[in-house]
Design a protein around this ligand. Structure first.
Ligand code: NAG
Ligand code: NAG
Length: 370
């Protein structure tokens, strides 16, 4: 009983923090006195930006149970966070609701006009990535699902309007983490690390990614924010494999080909398609900064999840009904794999407002104004 009272107190305290954060976001948008220029957000990616697609799939990769959502007004929703996730914050900062869930049968008609979220936990750039969890939408499937949305939009908007609408929309893509942690780094379940060295694997991911980004361009999207992968060697799940509990440096090192290649790809695409804007989100640098300077962000715990079990709370995602840590805004990680709401806010703010070292060559806010 006492424990629950404490949790309730902490929850109400944290709700205040969340509300303050939301108000800050709203002020952000208001203070710049901009008309809303972004027509819609189309979100492709994995659990970092899933807002409930996996609730509709037959998969172990779900987050629609307590304690997920403990700090979210709607409770557990399928977000892999204690509260809001990256796409909620980015949507708030742009003044566009983070689109409805593609897999929800009610996501039809005018409900799709502000965009749609296709992101799916365990999904990757490669179709086989994350298969041991069960159902998920891979990048390829998410692009097909966007085609379905386009067909629905065509029933509501004529072609001239549609091209204008798509050109003013923003596509957010957050992929790659699962291709490492739920594929390349699991040699007992996936053979990719026997078939490819790290450079070859990074190149394989980039080739597939480039093809699908250009497919989205070819059907009319013109503004892209493409996030690189963070320092995956430092997530609690990977630290749990290191005897000292420090970051797995070997894991961080193999990510270089992918991240550097993605940045180079964005440069190349901008050169070849002057009617579009492609931006690279430097996830590695932003989360690296949070982990190197936690005090600057008021984090006191960066090496273990707020919930989960095993070393560093690093073995699995939060267990159903598990009581999480009380001081969640002091944790960089919510569970073994995912940032806390507070860390997601830092990343989102820097993606929307940060300098070119965070979002290259321009940030999401600048892209919205084009
Ligand atoms: C397309 O729709 C817009 C807005 O509804 C309208 O102004 C325009 O005339 C339409 N164009 C054609 C070719 O029907
Ligand atoms: C690796 O696994 C895939 C299925 O995930 C299979 O299609 C392929 O043949 C395997 N390759 C090797 C070299 O074992």
């Amino acid at each position: 009983m006492g424990r629950w009272n404490n949790i309730n107190k902490v929850v109400s305290g944290l709700m205040v923090v969340v509300v303050v954060m939301m108000v800050m976001c709203v002020m952000e948008v208001k203070s710049q006195q901009q008309p809303r220029r972004v027509t819609a957000l189309f979100v492709f990616g994995d659990s970092l930006v899933d807002v409930g697609n996996n609730n509709f799939l037959n998969t172990l990769a779900k987050a629609n149970y307590f304690p997920y959502g403990i700090d979210f007004s709607g409770g557990p929703s399928g977000r892999f966070s204690n509260g809001l996730n990256i796409i909620d914050f980015v949507g708030n900062m742009l003044g566009v609701p983070a689109g409805p869930v593609y897999a929800n049968p009610t996501t039809r008609g005018t409900a799709i006009l502000n965009g749609v979220n296709y992101a799916s936990a365990a999904g990757g750039i490669l179709d086989e990535t994350g298969r041991h969890y069960g159902g998920r939408f891979s990048l390829n499937q998410q692009v097909l699902n966007f085609g379905d949305t386009l067909n629905q939009l065509r029933t509501m908007i004529n072609e001239t309007e549609l091209s204008r609408y798509l050109a003013k929309s923003i596509a957010i893509l957050v992929f790659g983490s699962n291709d490492y942690i739920n594929n390349y780094l699991l040699p007992t379940m996936y053979n990719s690390s026997y078939v490819y060295n790290p450079q070859q694997f990074g190149t394989l991911l980039l080739n597939n990614y480039a093809r699908q980004i250009l497919a989205l361009y070819s059907v009319g999207l013109r503004k892209f924010f493409i996030a690189g992968v963070g320092p995956l060697g430092c997530i609690p799940n990977q630290r749990a494999n290191v005897p000292t509990g420090r970051c797995a440096d070997g894991v961080n090192q193999i990510l270089g080909t992918f991240n550097e290649g993605l940045r180079a790809m964005v440069e190349q695409f901008n050169k070849n398609h002057p009617d579009a804007m492609f931006t690279y989100g430097n996830t590695y640098a932003v989360f690296g900064d949070v982990l190197n300077n936690p005090a600057a962000y008021a984090f006191t715990v960066i090496d273990r999840g707020c919930c989960g079990i095993g070393r560093n709370q690093g073995q699995i995602t939060c267990l159903p009904l598990e009581a999480p840590c009380p001081n969640r805004n002091q944790y960089a990680f919510w569970d073994a794999f995912h940032p806390s709401q507070a860390a997601a806010y830092v990343f989102s703010w820097r993606a929307v407002n940060g300098p070119p070292s965070d979002s290259y060559p321009i940030n999401i806010q600048q892209m919205a104004l084009l």
